[in-house]
Design a protein around this ligand. Structure first.
Ligand SMILES: [Zn+2]
Length: 259
């Protein structure tokens, strides 16, 4: 089965601030992002050039070579309206929201998340999944509702333009804990749960995608709750580099085509 992740041409300047994480039950809170006027835009290209995605679920090497796993998604690299993961599964971890859609991830990421949460629990770290997969349509409705209520300029500061959210890949999860009342709050990064996630996420294939003081590079404020699955090998490399994923890819000479 082909699993196409198609990058849609990003037309013009998307002079819209966005965060990846706003979900249907909360407002911006502290999640207000600076406008980023950095240059636009390498058009996103078709980023899945692999016709076969018949990889084994546990084959980390192959996962890391799968562009649908490693694809960079940000303001300059849209997932596009068409993309919908074909292997979403229901999460088997503690969750926060009722919405069944967001309690899904691609299978490889869902399995990794479960392993991570279970290992965390052994250290008395109790993690909760708040928001995972969001379809283009969900993000579109969400963004439009914020536009109606707050105006586009304000909405754009705390909600992602549809097609621009990493959550649409089915590889991103917003993690929270009881200590922050199951919300997405910057203070999560200083909790024992947030520290554990930051220090151990890569062991399961996840990186903290929007580190502190990197919004000029990532386009996003510090989001200690937002993790992105890349596979253990790549996530470990990114973690050990101390770089954002954007910086890491640039350093590696853009070895991943189309990003
Ligand atoms: Zn998020």
């Amino acid at each position: 089965m082909k699993n196409k992740l198609i990058g849609i041409l990003v037309v013009g300047t998307l002079a819209i601030g966005l965060t990846a994480c706003s979900d249907s039950s909360e407002k911006a809170g502290s999640s207000v992002e600076k406008q980023d006027d950095s240059e636009v835009n390498t058009p996103a290209e078709q980023i899945d050039k692999s016709a076969d995605s018949t990889k084994g679920d546990k084959d980390v090497e192959k996962e890391n070579q799968d562009p649908t796993i490693t694809a960079l998604v940000n303001k300059q690299n849209s997932v596009g309206e068409i993309y919908e993961p074909t292997d979403l599964v229901k999460l088997d971890v503690p969750t926060v929201l009722e919405n069944p859609e967001v309690n899904q991830l691609r299978k490889v990421a869902a399995d990794a998340l479960k392993a991570m949460f279970e290992d965390a629990k052994k250290s008395d770290i109790y993690l909760y999944a708040r928001s995972g997969y969001r379809s283009y349509q969900t993000q579109n409705q969400l963004f439009n509702s914020y536009v109606e209520n707050h105006g586009k300029e304000a909405a754009a500061r705390f909600s992602a333009e549809p097609g621009q959210s990493e959550h649409q890949t089915g590889l991103a999860m917003d993690v929270t804990s009881e200590s922050v009342n199951f919300q997405l709050d910057e203070s999560f990064g200083e909790t024992t749960e947030g520290v554990w996630l930051r220090e151990h996420g890569h062991e399961y294939g996840f990186i903290i995608r929007y580190p502190q003081d990197k919004e000029d590079i990532t386009g996003y404020i510090y989001e200690p709750w937002h993790i992105r699955y890349l596979g253990v090998e790549l996530a470990t490399k990114v973690y050990e580099s101390g770089l954002t994923y954007e910086e890491y890819l640039e350093q590696e000479g853009n070895e991943y085509e189309g990003v």
